[in-house]
Design a protein around this ligand. Structure first.
Ligand SMILES: Cc1ncc(COP(=O)(O)O)c(C=O)c1O
Length: 469
């Protein structure tokens, strides 16, 4: 090995060890953050149900939804959002975790549906969500789905491109329905979403809608600009800009939006997006990012209150009536109440000391968010055990890119142990794939510890059900 290579190797080992220690010293150990605890056998427990037993019963990997925590988090968000004007609403972002058994619980608690595809629109209707509680976002909406949305008179079809106005108009005229529409504001040249605010595209579309009075009804101004935000500042900033747009729109076109939809993007205290530097160091050297600081995260009550007060103040400054506010949270509602269990199938230690823990779930099939977010992990057999060894935790897809965690300090693992990965309730199922394997079962554990299947593990027959074989 050349001297240069040796220096690089030593330096990267130093950086990896330093990052692993930093991760370990800041890691989240309070299982109560996810509504979990440890049972008398020292194992991870959800509402009195032993997590390892769940894997024995339903197989590995397995997604587990804690119903108590799910309902608690949904209710807390609803109560916190009471600071918004009467008639405001929370519409759960279906794409975040589109599992009917979970959606039904959320609708039962009082949340509506934010959908972005013909399938999600269909599912919301199938689950009995009223049109008044449904918003249709998304790019390149199909004519069939626009027709379905118009027939249901949903709260708003949020227009994403200039062409979409004409498509909606043609279908609405054909049906003799005055459809409710909104527009999605695009604030950034770096994003493909929405109507450009700076280049005047958004205002031109509003002028067109105003000219169609009696044929289209203007309902909503929408934007969605952030993800996993830990502070209210981004929402406040863009809500202020949206209110300025509304004032200008009223002056130029006479249109008034009943609703201001400020999108999703509200974070949770238990996970965080990697910074650019952390992402780069993780990619280049395998340095694990540091955990989020729970204490930094404002209670959701003050998070919402800050945004709503800023909107009210801006409206009063610009002499606009404060609109009803819509939010479309995904992660905030479901992230913490679901976790992933996966068995460690084999441990392999290489001559250079690198140790691989081979599991049933890597980022290419199950844990894609671990690519760019920090996620807490425990050994379900002994969640309180002290971390002592570095592991590359791998999935089972045949590429070295199928890692779940690189260089993670964990308690000494044995084949047969079960790993529990937290915050699986946002974007784990949505991004999961059946690359060579079936997707896993999803079970829900009730308040009294009863486990029921929300979605069975895919069978081989499911995998070929749409094929001509
Ligand atoms: C339009 C829209 N609304 C809501 C959300 C939900 O975001 P989050 O899960 O960050 O709240 C997303 C996420 O991509 C989105 O694109």
């Amino acid at each position: 090995m050349s001297v240069l290579n040796r220096i690089i190797k030593t330096a990267s080992r130093f950086l990896v060890n330093r990052a692993a220690r930093a991760e370990e010293s800041g890691r989240l150990t309070d299982l109560g953050l996810w509504g979990l605890d440890v049972n008398a056998n020292g194992r991870l427990s959800v509402n009195g149900q032993d997590a390892v037993e769940l894997v024995e019963r339903f197989g590995s990997p397995l997604l587990v939804v804690n119903r108590k925590k799910l309902i608690e988090d949904a209710r807390r968000a609803l109560a916190a959002f009471n600071c918004a004007p009467v008639g405001s609403r929370i519409l759960y972002s279906y794409k975040t975790n589109c599992i009917p058994g979970i959606l039904k619980e959320l609708h039962g608690a009082g949340l509506g549906a934010e959908v972005i595809s013909p399938y999600e629109l269909w599912l919301a209707e199938r689950l009995g969500v009223p049109g008044e509680m449904t918003i249709y976002n998304g790019v390149a909406k199909t004519p069939e789905s626009i027709e379905a949305a118009l027939r249901r008179n949903i709260l708003s079809i949020n227009i994403d491109s200039a062409e979409e106005v004409e498509t909606i108009l043609t279908i609405a005229d054909k049906l003799r329905i005055q459809g409710r529409v909104g527009i999605r504001l695009g604030f950034s040249a770096k994003s493909q979403f929405g109507l450009d605010v700076h280049g005047n595209e958004a205002m031109k579309v509003c002028e067109r809608i105003a000219a169609l009075k009696g044929r289209l009804e203007f309902s909503c101004i929408h934007f969605n600009v952030t993800s996993n935000s830990r502070w209210a500042s981004t929402h406040k900033h863009y809500a202020g800009r949206a209110v300025e747009f509304m004032a200008e729109m009223k002056a130029k076109t006479g249109l008034v939006a009943q609703y201001l939809d400020i999108g999703g993007g509200f974070g949770v205290e238990t996970t965080k997006n990697m910074s650019g530097a952390e992402y780069g160091m993780y990619r280049l050297f395998g340095c694990l990012p540091s955990p989020p600081k729970v204490a930094d995260f404002p209670p959701i009550e003050s998070f919402f209150n800050e945004i709503i007060e800023a909107i009210k103040a801006k409206c009063s400054e610009l002499q606009l009536e404060t609109p009803k506010i819509i939010i479309e949270p995904g992660r905030l509602i479901t992230s913490k109440s679901e976790f992933l269990l996966t068995k460690v199938n084999t441990i392999k230690t290489r001559p250079d000391g690198t140790t691989y823990a081979m599991t049933g779930a890597g980022r290419l099939s199950m844990t894609f968010p671990c690519d760019f977010e920090y996620h807490a992990a425990f050994v379900a057999d002994r969640p309180e055990a002290r971390p002592e060894r570095l592991y590359n935790v791998m999935g089972r897809v045949c590429t070295s890119a199928d890692w779940m965690f690189k260089n993670r300090l964990l308690p000494k693992l044995n084949a047969g142990d079960v790993l529990a990965v937290m915050d699986a309730g946002a974007y784990f199922s949505s991004y999961s794939s059946n690359f060579a394997f079936q997707r896993p079962a999803i079970v829900m554990v009730s308040e009294t510890g009863n486990a029921s299947v929300l979605r069975a593990q895919e069978s081989f027959e499911h995998l070929v059900a749409m094929d001509n074989i």
